[in-house]
Design a protein around this ligand. Sequence first.
Ligand SMILES: C[S@@+](CC[C@H](N)C(=O)[O-])C[C@H]1O[C@@H](n2cnc3c(N)ncnc32)[C@H](O)[C@@H]1O
Length: 215
Amino acid sequence: MNSTAPTRGFNDVITGSFDRLARVYDTALVQQVFYRPPQDETIAELRRNRSRRIADIGCGTGILASRIQRELRPEQVFGVDASPGMLEQARARNPLVTWLHSAAESLPFDDGALDALVTTTAFHFFDQRAAVAEFARVVGAGGLVVVATMHYSGPLARGIQQVTRNSFAPAHAPAPDETRDLLRDAGFDVLDQRKVHRPLPNRLIPDVITLGRRR
Ligand SMILES: C[S@@+](CC[C@H](N)C(=O)[O-])C[C@H]1O[C@@H](n2cnc3c(N)ncnc32)[C@H](O)[C@@H]1O
């Protein structure tokens, strides 16, 4: 992994805690309620787009990347994560996915190598400007980006967002318009942005999926 990537403050502590969580991360209820809904919507978008070379960034234990490989059978699927512990679980899950140890802010792909890049429930841990610049570098013209992440709203959330925007904060859940601006500034047209459909009230887990097309 490139240790000079411009990650957020304490990102090594965050990814280190995922190393320790990795063995219990796949608990069925947590997956069903929390992680699976944005993954289902991401797969639907990839299917619609007929993407062939796809990377899942912050792939964790590899559930989404593995489902992409099994359900869509594209040419190539990559799962990228900064936590060796999470990747160990991912490797055991599916040998047909290429698992890569890397930070989102310094991706191990050539320019324009992918035609789709997705990230679910991990973007808040990234240095978002650096990561989105990398997304724009590695996704070729016409390629798809899918970002599903937490988007709290209301006065308290806005206060927290002001404080955490600084990349010393270990996590920052950007407001929806901030994600749209980041993608546009980096070279994506924003195609859609909507709440993720969940079995729980959206107020409890308020995540939003944003779709972009590389110009
Ligand atoms: C909450 S998990 C989500 C995993 C998976 N996307 C899912 O939906 O289940 C967040 C993941 O982001 C990874 N992560 C955090 N910061 C990262 C960074 N800067 N670059 C790459 N991965 C990172 C963590 O190691 C962890 O596996």
